[in-house]
Design a protein around this ligand. Structure first.
Ligand SMILES: NC(=O)C1=CN([C@@H]2O[C@H](COP(=O)(O)OP(=O)(O)OC[C@H]3O[C@@H](n4cnc5c(N)ncnc54)[C@H](O)[C@@H]3O)[C@@H](O)[C@H]2O)C=CC1
Ligand SMILES: O=C(O)CCC(=O)C(=O)O
Length: 399
């Protein structure tokens, strides 16, 4: 297949292997995130792009890419993509909602244990030749209270693992959630006042920016530790820095930052650098061999199915049409504004051309409608022109 697929940010080789096995040969790989003109240039003739968490596909970038048909986020978070703009431009966005959840949960439990035992400080001192064998301020996790903010796929797994090392678990989530194990829901401020370890597992975006504000950090116990493996903007980093430097918090582990380097060549800048009671990791919560290999395969499958058959099942921003593989001569993917009469007008165009519809699937989501139509005959360019020029059409393709 001739579709051009650009994969940024060192996506696992399983993605390329999988795409090639499905007949896609025009694949370009870039081992880092891109931005601005460089990003637009790299994607100007791409049919599909694969990114991880760093590449920002903003409204401006998406408007500058009229050829782009679909986006694969080879991760869970999709806050780096303007999902509404993508939908209104007729671009379905896919992700891998479960593949790296276990990896993040395991890291968080490790960090909780290390922070409560003061290992980051003891490690740093040992490297400097200092033999600090003191037990002061070092605690077992057994019996301590873990407060989980965001009790979704990752948060709930962290809770289960925490109970297996003897922690008590409470959580805050604005949605009603099934508590697993002995976890119990708790109002946010109460959780912050009581927990020995607070861990964040919320999506990024406007609604969670500075969720952990200076005021909320001030509610935490001076001995408590904070873990953030969600998104950098969720914590007021200057307030956290002030609390740590003022000994108003026991320690922290951060995997995500308000600004992250786009490649290994760029310097990582953070006010928290140099603090010995802080674990800083380079956004590797989901970076395990297992997770990355699975993500590579899962998201590349979703891109391949959309490009070859128009399937939008599990798209995060788009009407879902779970269509069978194409077994007919022509399949037309028609994205349009969701308004009365579109299908009637489309079908009139098929009838005028003497084409018999074999199957047709329509789904809508908010302002967007998506129709997949199979016909058992070749489609003339002139008909495609009319379908694409239909008054409510956003875009249409023949696959
Ligand atoms: N560090 C890393 O490498 C990784 C980071 N992540 C981040 O973790 C986030 C969470 O992942 P999942 O658990 O899979 O997502 P999820 O969607 O299953 O769970 C998110 C939970 O947060 C809750 N939530 C939303 N707003 C909230 C608020 N204001 N306060 C409290 N809870 C709120 C939601 O109701 C939901 O239950 C992802 O969106 C991503 O940003 C995910 C994977 C790897
Ligand atoms: O592995 C990555 O690049 C990003 C992981 C992440 O943050 C996610 O899955 O949302």
């Amino acid at each position: 297949m001739n579709d051009k697929i650009v994969l940024l940010e060192k996506i696992h080789p399983s993605a390329v292997e999988n795409l090639q096995a499905q007949g896609f040969t025009n694949i370009v790989q870039v081992p880092r995130a891109l931005a601005g003109a460089e990003l637009i240039d790299a994607l100007s003739d791409a049919d599909a792009v694969g990114i991880r968490s760093n590449t920002q596909l903003t409204a401006d970038v998406l408007h500058a890419l009229p050829r782009l048909r679909t986006i694969g986020c080879f991760c869970i978070g999709t806050n780096q993509v303007d999902l509404n703009t993508a939908a209104t431009l007729g671009i379905p966005v896919f992700n891998a909602p479960y593949s790296n959840t276990r990896s993040v949960a395991e890291l968080v439990i490790a960090q909780a244990i290390l922070l409560l035992r003061r290992i980051p400080e003891k490690n740093a001192r040992s490297h400097r030749g200092v033999w600090d064998k003191s037990a002061t301020g070092a605690f077992e996790t057994r019996g301590k209270l873990l407060g989980i903010i965001g009790y979704g796929n990752i948060g709930a797994q962290v809770g289960i693992l925490a109970e297996s090392v003897g922690m008590r678990v409470c959580y805050y989530d604005p949605e009603s959630k099934l508590p697993l194990g002995n976890a119990r829901p708790m109002p946010l401020d109460e959780l912050l006042r009581q927990a020995d370890v607070v861990t964040l597992h919320v999506p990024g975006g406007a609604s969670t920016t500075n969720l952990l504000s200076a005021e909320r950090i001030a509610l935490m116990r001076p001995s408590a530790v904070l873990i953030n493996a969600s998104r950098g903007g969720v914590v007021d980093i200057d307030a956290l820095n002030a609390a740590l430097r003022g000994n108003r918090l026991g320690g922290a582990a951060l995997d995500v930052y308000p600004v992250e380097p786009r490649s290994e060549k760029e310097e990582f800048v953070s006010p928290l650098r140099g603090l010995e009671n802080v674990i800083l990791t380079p956004h590797i919560g989901g970076s395990t061999e297992e997770a990355q290999e699975n993500i590579g395969r899962e998201v590349s499958d979703k891109l391949a199915r959309y490009l070859s058959a128009g399937t939008t099942r599990s798209a995060v921003n788009f009407p879902e049409v779970a269509h069978q593989q194409k077994e007919v001569v022509s399949r037309i993917l028609h994205v349009h504004r969701n308004e009365p009469g579109v299908i009637a007008r489309m079908n009139a165009l098929f009838a005028e051309s003497g084409l018999n519809i074999v199957a047709q699937h329509l789904q809508t989501r908010g302002p967007i409608g998506y129709a997949v139509t199979d016909v058992d005959a070749p489609i003339e360019q002139s008909l495609m022109k009319k379908l694409c020029g239909e008054s409510a059409a956003i875009r249409c393709h023949l696959v």
